[in-house]
Design a protein around this ligand. Structure first.
Ligand code: GLN
Length: 322
């Protein structure tokens, strides 16, 4: 079916979703990273970026929170750019694990590859792949510049978060060395782990994440800066990865109930991609037991429901200004 959405319909859907979810309770801040436990749990923002660059922001969309696992999407794009989609499939994989994001059991079950760049194991492997090999600073430049390109503006590490993560990332250290044992780390293991920890500690706003989501939805062209950030063919690959595992062990339930591929982070961020239509980001710190923001999930679902859209609905959607 052909479906037309107007800008004001979308603006109202975003505002209504915000009003509806603002006073929701439930969930709690991540506490295994001490810095995150102390973030104001009432922060809440939603941002939507259409593929024509039109933006709708409501709430705390300028607040810089920890990007955490949403960074996995951005660095997966970088390694796809550097090596191609096929190499990422071979060297990391594109499968859901059905297990928590930091699962060691998942690596033992599939020791021939780390499953997907969107869980901790695959994200550490992705950091190990980043060119230039063996050059920690050069690799970091590539990672942070790619984040800036996708988000349309620069982002910096939150130093206190980085310290907090580095002091407590024992499980991730085990993952990095277990992958090394299976020849699935393609550079120095400790360096790859540090790059992963650093990228998780980047401060990002909901507005920036929505621009990144909009860039993926727009086939690699940043809808705000108009810069061609990555090859169009990679957009469907990255969206497939997000759809398969974006909410870890809860991904099936999420896709079934929301209708939009989305990726979460324990900083409280959610990035959703509606190919050809829009990118959406929501942020609120309290998480459910799988590490996904309770309010951000509710907000994205509310927008989808109000607009009556879903990527599997079979509708062809036109967005018009009014
Ligand atoms: N830095 C966090 C970790 O590695 C990211 C996890 C997440 O956001 N799901 O545990």
């Amino acid at each position: 079916m052909d479906k037309t959405l107007t800008h004001s319909q979308i603006r109202h859907a975003v505002q209504d979703a915000y009003d509806e979810c603002k006073n929701m309770t439930g969930g709690k801040n991540a506490d295994y990273i001490p810095f995150l436990a102390n973030i104001d749990p009432d922060l809440f923002g939603i941002s939507v970026v259409l593929t024509d660059g039109t933006t709708f922001d409501v709430g705390d969309t300028g607040y810089k929170f920890g990007i955490e696992s949403v960074s996995k999407v951005l660095t997966a794009i970088l390694v796809m750019k550097q090596f191609g989609a096929e190499a990422v499939l071979k060297q990391i994989g594109a499968d859901a694990t059905g297990l928590p994001f930091n699962s060691i059991f998942a690596i033992l079950l599939e020791n021939d590859h780390p499953s997907t760049p969107l869980v901790n194991a695959g994200a550490i492997a992705a950091c190990s792949m980043v060119e230039p090999k063996g050059d920690s600073w050069g690799k970091w430049e590539a990672i942070i510049n790619n984040i800036a390109d996708l988000c349309g503006s620069e982002a910096q590490v939150l130093d206190e978060l980085y310290r907090s993560e580095t002091e407590t990332n024992f499980n991730n250290r085990a993952i990095a060395w277990l992958l090394k044992n299976y020849n699935r780390i393609y550079d120095d293991a400790d360096m790859s782990l540090d790059l992963y920890t650093r990228q998780c500690s980047v401060g990002i706003t909901a507005s920036q994440l929505a621009i990144c989501a909009g860039t993926i939805a727009n086939g690699g062209i940043n809808p705000v800066t108009k810069v061609n950030v990555f090859d169009r063919k990679l957009a469907s690959k990255i969206t497939t990865l997000i759809a398969a595992v974006g909410f870890y062990q809860n991904t099936g339930d999420w896709m079934y109930t929301s209708g939009i591929p989305a990726k979460s982070g324990v900083g409280g961020g959610v990035l959703g991609v509606y190919p050809g239509v829009m990118g959406v980001a929501a942020f609120a710190p309290p998480l459910d037991e799988a590490g996904n923001s309770v309010k951000a999930q509710a907000a994205v679902k509310a927008i989808m429901k109000k607009l009556d859209i879903g990527v599997f609905n079979g509708d062809s959607i036109a967005v018009v200004a009014d």
